[in-house]
Design a protein around this ligand. Structure first.
Ligand SMILES: N[C@@H](CCC(=O)N[C@@H](CS)C(=O)NCC(=O)O)C(=O)O
Length: 241
């Protein structure tokens, strides 16, 4: 097992598959799944180009982008004309295709199922609750909703339980489940609207993950984007008062 917080670069930098091309990632800094994907790309040491999609100005609705992803969401990657969308699917693909081993997404069926469970938890439970709480205030000028706050906090309770007796979401080492859950969580932290005192497993994981991600661009990717989101949210709250 790796020492706590120390996660080696998991790459095959000299893999001939990467020799002649870079991966395009369609990205916006305030988007948690975009940041999770970019952090993973950095952790894998993959050559990449960042293509900004200006979500607040509806950049995802242009005919050019809709040809790439008819579902008009980011992140999307284009890996030598192979286009993948949905951050969870992208992360699985990148590890399967380029990682030097399967530690970030295990091939053992039981271990893989645990990682998938956490990924689907992010996709179908945490992120929809995140959207339901923050979006009406950010884009609809509505005050924060108490019921939505409670629903999002239920997700944190589950996350805290997942981390009972283990350092990472799927066991003893970091996996793509940690990348996926890290970006929405750090965004929530930047908004300053929840108290995590009662979720110590979760809070300690967050500190551990920050330290591990510092080697993959934590400051300029995750902290910058989460703070931008948090600042925007706080400005909307101020407008309401
Ligand atoms: N499950 C998707 C969620 C992607 C998503 O909803 N992205 C947002 C930005 S955080 C987006 O592109 N929204 C624009 C839209 O839906 O039109 C993933 O993980 O990639």
């Amino acid at each position: 097992m790796e020492a706590e917080g120390i996660v080696p670069l998991n790459n095959r930098i000299f893999d001939p598959k990467m020799a002649n091309h870079s991966i395009d990632i369609y990205y916006y800094h305030m988007s948690p799944p975009s940041r999770a994907t970019l952090l993973l790309i950095r952790a894998l040491g993959l050559k990449h180009n960042i293509k900004i999609v200006d979500i607040p100005n509806k950049g995802q609705m242009t005919s050019e982008f809709l040809k790439i992803n008819p579902l008009h969401t980011i992140p999307v990657i284009n890996d030598g004309e192979f286009i993948v969308y949905d951050s969870h699917v992208i992360m699985k693909y990148l590890v399967n295709q380029y990682a030097k081993d399967d530690s970030l997404y295990p091939k053992d069926p039981k271990k893989e199922a645990v990682v998938d469970q956490r990924l689907y938890f992010e996709a179908s439970y945490l992120f929809p609750r995140f959207i339901a709480y923050f979006m009406p205030t950010l884009f609809g000028g509505q005050p924060p909703n108490e019921e939505a706050h409670k629903k999002l906090e239920e997700a944190f309770q589950h996350m805290d339980n997942f981390l009972k007796n283990q350092n990472w979401f799927a066991g003893t080492n970091m996996t793509i489940a940690d990348f996926s859950l890290f970006s929405p969580f750090s965004t929530v932290v930047a908004c300053d609207v929840f108290d995590f005192t009662n979720y110590q497993n979760l809070w300690q994981w967050y500190q551990r993950a920050k330290s591990a991600m510092s080697g993959f661009g934590y400051d300029e990717i995750e902290q910058e984007g989460a703070n931008a989101f948090g600042g925007y949210y706080k400005s909307k709250i101020k407008d309401l008062s």
